[in-house]
Structures are given as C-alpha cells and as structure tokens.
Design a protein around this ligand. Structure first.
Ligand code: PMP
Length: 289
C-alpha cells in the first residue's frame, strides 16, 4: 500500500508530497509540530497534544491554519488512508511561504500557513523489547535556545545530541544546563526515582517542553499514591538514582539503565518505571477513531 501525506488541503502520494523552497519552515524553522501516539487506531492524549499545538502557535504569533475540528479530521483521515493501527501521527504547521526574497519579518497575515500531516505504522513490539532491557543515555551540554517550552521544528541541537549518543551506543541524550542540572532529553522528559521511592522530574519553565506524556504520568502518580517531586536534579543525583526513565509520546515510559558510564540501580528496568509503563494507557485519554 502506498503512503499518503496530507499537504495543504490535499492527500498526495508520499513521493509527490512537497512544500515550497520559500517555506519559512524550511528556511527559518519557523514552524511547530506535534507527534501523537496511535494505538489500535485511536489517538492517545489528543486533547493535550492539540492544546499544546495551539499554545505553540500562539506563542509564535502564527494564526491557526484551521479549526481544531478540522485539524482533528485531517489527523484521522491521514491515519485512515495509511491504515495505521499502531504507530504515530505527525502534524506540522509552518508560517507559510515568504515573499520570495527570504525576508526575516513575518509575511502578511493572509499568507496561508503550510500544514503537513504524516502517519506511519511502527514496528510492533520494538518498543516493548527496548523496555525489557532499558536504554542508555548520554549527557550533553544543553546548547538550545531559551524557549524550549515551544514545540518548534528547530531541532538541530537535538539532532547533534542524538547523533553523539548514537555514536556511543546510547539511544537518548540528556541535556545538562551550565548549572549542572538536567533539563530534559533530546526528545523526551527526564525522570529519576530516589532511594525513598519519590518520582522526580523538573518543573515546567521555559527551559523544557511541557511533555504530554509527562502530564499523564503525573495524573497517574497522584492516583497510584506515588510521591512526586517536581524539581530540578543534578546529573550526579541521576547517576546515583535507584531508577531512571524517559517519557515521550513515542516511547511512553522507557526505562533508562545507564547514564554515561554509570549503571542505574542494578542495571535493569526498575519496578516503579515498569509499573508506570504498564498502566500508562489506563490513565491516558483515548480518542475515538
Ligand atoms: N522534550 C522534548 C525536547 C521533546 O522533543 C519531547 C517529544 N515531543 C518531549 C520532551 C516529550 O513530550 P511528549 O510527551 O509530549 O511527547
């Protein structure tokens, strides 16, 4: 079956899907995006993802390209046309095409935004296999800008960090600020579990992305009577933590068993992490197909 991509009002074959060379997403990373998990044909935590998309657009003064209902329809139609049962849907909105002269200032308000939607199936069981052993993480200096709370496509620091991690056999990078505190993963939020069993993650500021999976895990912690400490933690504290994990829409809750040269806990996924992973979808919002 050929893949279909939504681009600016049309569902086109993958090979023919393109945006203009003057698109501001391409030239300036002047664009925002969302990635939502698809499970059994259902969208996971769609309301939170769409609320964050609206916020990202508003923070950058990009007018919404269409109504929330129309965006929801585009995502569902893209999922349907690609027959995705388990996988993900990717939605990107750019400020649109510039004036044809690579002008930094914004184009007129009536310039249409570019909207792209992709959906793809993920390998069944691949995530669960990784979760059984846990992943390794490499720490990296956080060289990103000061508005990491906005989900922009300006992902070069994340690409560089992930490549450096990959080169050392790690599958995620954890960014560490100049103050020695972990901010977040290159494409995930960072968590540790203390000896006392508290579950610790950095509070939301402009330094990190307000993860949707993070928010749902917090709901779960409250209902499961687990103690949450929303505070920054140093890399040294993480290296000595009893457990560590990351959260993201594509990984859900993924155990971390190594950070740099340090083994975390006994080097196996921890019980708190595995409990959160196994129960996650009981707490997530599951949308109609
Ligand atoms: N932080 C960053 C930098 C990310 O790219 C992501 C993935 N979107 C996350 C955190 C996790 O967010 P979510 O749970 O909404 O996928």
């Amino acid at each position: 079956m050929s893949r279909i991509v939504y681009v600016n009002g049309r569902y086109v074959p993958y090979a023919q899907a393109s945006v203009h060379v003057e698109d501001r997403g391409f030239q300036f990373a002047d664009a925002v995006y969302e990635v939502c998990q698809v499970l059994g044909g259902h969208l996971i935590d769609e309301p939170r993802h769409m609320a964050r998309l609206a916020r990202s657009l508003a923070e950058l003064e990009i007018e919404a390209p269409m109504s929330a209902a129309a965006l929801a329809h585009v995502m569902r139609e893209t999922i349907k046309r690609n027959r995705v049962k388990d996988g993900l849907v990717y939605l990107q909105v750019t400020r649109g095409e510039g004036y044809g002269k690579r002008e930094f200032t914004f184009p007129a308000k009536d310039v249409p935004r570019t909207v792209v939607c992709l959906a793809r199936t993920t390998k069944p069981g691949a995530q669960d296999a990784a979760a059984r052993t846990g992943i390794s993480v490499k720490s990296m200096p956080d060289i990103r800008w000061k508005r990491c709370d906005i989900k922009t496509v300006m992902l070069l620091p994340a690409c560089l960090a992930k490549q450096a991690a990959h080169d050392e056999g790690a599958s995620e990078a954890w960014f560490v600020g100049a103050d020695g505190y972990v901010t977040e993963g290159a494409s995930s939020n960072a968590w540790i579990v203390s000896d006392g069993g508290s579950v610790i993650t950095r509070q939301i500021t402009t330094d990190i992305l307000p993860g949707v999976t993070r928010a749902t895990v917090m709901d779960m912690l409250a209902k499961e009577n687990l103690t949450l400490e929303e505070r920054p933690f140093r890399l040294e504290e993480a290296l000595k933590a009893r457990e560590a994990f990351i959260t993201s829409a594509t990984n859900i809750v993924m155990p971390v068993v190594r950070i740099d040269a340090a083994q975390i806990g006994d080097g196996k996924p921890g019980p708190v992490t595995l409990r959160l992973r196994s129960k996650f979808h009981q707490f997530a919002n599951i949308s109609g197909a």
